[in-house]
Design a protein around this ligand. Structure first.
Ligand code: TEU
Ligand code: CA
Length: 553
């Protein structure tokens, strides 16, 4: 019905704020130590109070959990660990009552090796499902080529039953699906339509830019047929509903992003790309090869995405997700200026154009964790520890990388209150709680109007109140300044100014005082006078209504 409906009302996701839930770490309702759907339902009041419009739910489908649900064995059922299909339907309905839509995580690049398709596929080369996966002939021990998998080791795995190798970009338990097969594509579309009928509000598409792989040419991302597949997928499914679709696209440039997220809706609503968030690693190396954040480069990258996509595509705004370390520990300060820096990072991001994402606990300023190796659960972390030890790197150095970058930094249980296990569970949590929960927790922050939580709540409200957050043209200020991040946004009615000190020392304020008609709408220090200096991590947002004030320029 809403086919090709491109009216602004239909693009509800442009003014939306999306909250990501990593279900196993959010809230446990039955005390088995693992978060679940009923747990999420019990926290809908909290989320409505925060003000978010949609929940991106990391995978809850049936899965052997080799990669925490990103290895799906039944796309049309819920893993019993999280609840039942009935619970999922309840979640969708209850969320709706709280004005919250549910965005499912679609993992379409690969399935679990325990999916019935793969179980069939490996029986024989003649099996009708064989071609649902990517196979190459060869001899045991002689790999088709030297391609590696994201979680370590070769991307090829020998299957004696068919005397062939299958291709897997991630773990051995995540065989890649063969998108060249039209029957597979049709099955995927039918599955998506089935979820759409259940009333989901949209989909996040896991590593979607890797579906058109061509391993013989060592192509993984952005394969030649990628946009053909995406257009077909969108036409056959998403365009039949008023959905939001967000593509996880590690390899996107701004040029590619304009294809993925073209305003004509032919592919996806928006991209979720990582250029800004991969800057603190050594050039050409892995994320574990730590390097300081090049601040001017960060400004350059964020500005480029703001200006080049304007009117031509749509971007996600994020510092965090379930694969990334906690931003306050990473680029803020989780010591003396914990609250100030967490709020500065929020204000800086939420003033930009795009759809903001809040990853569970970010709104509380949750921090990184420093476990001993035996307390980590993430397959990527455990594999890199082994691999780097074998390469002769010292344990101390590996642990430094893991403490800084492990995905488990984001996966510690949500800190609800100062009771045992942070109120996440009364059982034994599947992964250890961050011991700082007595200081950092939701109960404490919800009732404190100066909390990080209330800062996020206010930013969400402002986005709804002023059109300039959605439509305003971005203009970078003080481009060469080594500590200040400042910009304006402007539409026909408003001018917004965002001014942030990104570091922990007091610096000169390079800007002129805004004229008196400009109103301070949010900041992270209590006293609000304009100063000729900015204190550590100080952040301010001003707005001027052009209809009631004369512009100074
Ligand atoms: O992530 C894609 C991806 O490329 C990551 O594995 C990335 O390489 C890694 O996290 C960097 O540390 C998506 C999901 O977000 C991730 O959780 C899954 O493990 C992965 O796909 C496989 O489905
Ligand atoms: Ca549970």
């Amino acid at each position: 019905m809403a086919d090709k409906d491109n009216t602004p009302q239909n693009k509800w996701w442009k003014s939306a704020v999306i909250y990501q839930i990593y279900p196993r770490s959010f809230a446990d309702s039955n005390q088995d130590g693992i978060g679940d759907l009923q747990g999420i339902i019990s926290k809908l009041d909290y989320l409505e109070n925060l003000g978010i419009d949609a929940i991106w739910l990391s995978p809850v489908c049936k899965s052997p959990q080799d990669d925490n649900g990103y290895d799906i064995s039944d796309y049309q059922d819920i893993d019993p660990m999280f609840g039942s299909l009935q619970d999922m339907e309840t979640l969708i309905a209850e969320a709706q009552k709280h004005h919250i839509r549910i965005i499912m995580d679609l993992v379409l690049n690969h399935s679990s090796d325990e999916h019935p398709w793969f179980q069939e596929a490996k029986k024989s080369r003649e099996n009708p499902y064989h071609d649902y996966y990517v196979w190459r002939d060869g001899q045991e021990g002689v790999l088709p080529n030297d391609m590696g998998a994201a979680f370590g080791g070769s991307a090829w795995e020998w299957t004696p039953e068919v005397q062939q190798y299958y291709f897997h970009q991630f773990s051995v338990k995540q065989p890649d699906l063969n998108w060249e097969n039209p029957k597979l594509r049709r099955e995927i579309y039918d599955m998506i339509l089935w979820w759409m009928e259940k009333g989901v509000g949209g989909f996040r598409l896991d590593v979607i830019d890797q579906i058109a792989k061509e391993p013989d040419r060592k192509i993984t991302g952005n394969g030649p047929r990628l946009h053909e597949y995406l257009r077909e997928l969108s036409r056959e499914t998403f365009q039949k509903g008023n959905l939001v679709t967000v593509g996880e696209t590690w390899g996107a440039t701004t040029e590619l992003a304009k294809l993925y997220s073209h305003p004509d809706n032919s592919e996806l609503s928006m991209v979720f790309q990582f250029e800004h968030i991969c800057l603190d690693q050594m050039a050409g190396k892995e994320k574990w090869d730590l390097a300081p954040l090049p601040f001017l480069k960060l400004k350059e990258v964020l500005e480029r995405w703001q200006t080049q996509l304007c009117g031509k595509g749509w971007n996600s705004l994020f510092w965090n997700n379930h694969d990334l370390p906690r931003i306050v520990s990473r680029w803020g300060n989780d010591g003396e200026y914990w609250a100030e820096s967490a709020k500065m990072l929020a204000i800086l991001l939420h003033g930009m154009q795009g759809t903001p994402y809040i990853y569970q606990g970010e709104e509380l300023g949750m921090t990184n964790i420093q476990y001993e190796i035996q307390d980590y659960r993430d397959i990527e972390t455990l594999n890199v520890f082994k691999e780097r030890l074998e390469r002769g790197i010292s344990k101390e150095e590996i642990m430094r990388s893991i403490h800084a970058k492990s995905r488990d930094n984001a996966r510690t249980p949500m800190q609800w209150n100062d009771e045992e296990n942070a109120g996440f569970t009364e059982g034994k949590p599947w992964i250890k709680v961050n011991p700082n929960y007595t200081k950092i927790n939701a109960a404490k922050q919800v009732r404190d109007e100066n909390s990080i939580f209330c800062c996020y709540q206010k930013l969400i409200r402002l986005r709804k109140e002023y059109s300039v957050f959605v439509d305003g043209i971005f203009h970078m200020l003080c481009r060469e300044n080594e500590s200040i991040f400042a910009y304006t946004r402007e539409d026909e009615n408003f001018q917004l100014l965002v001014l942030c000190n990104f570091y922990d020392s007091t610096v000169n304020n390079p800007l002129e005082k805004p004229d008196t008609s400009a109103k301070l709408i949010i900041s992270n220090y209590q006293d609000t006078e304009w100063n000729t200096f900015l204190r550590p991590y100080e952040a301010r947002m001003y707005i001027k209504d052009k209809r009631t004030s004369s512009m100074s320029e």
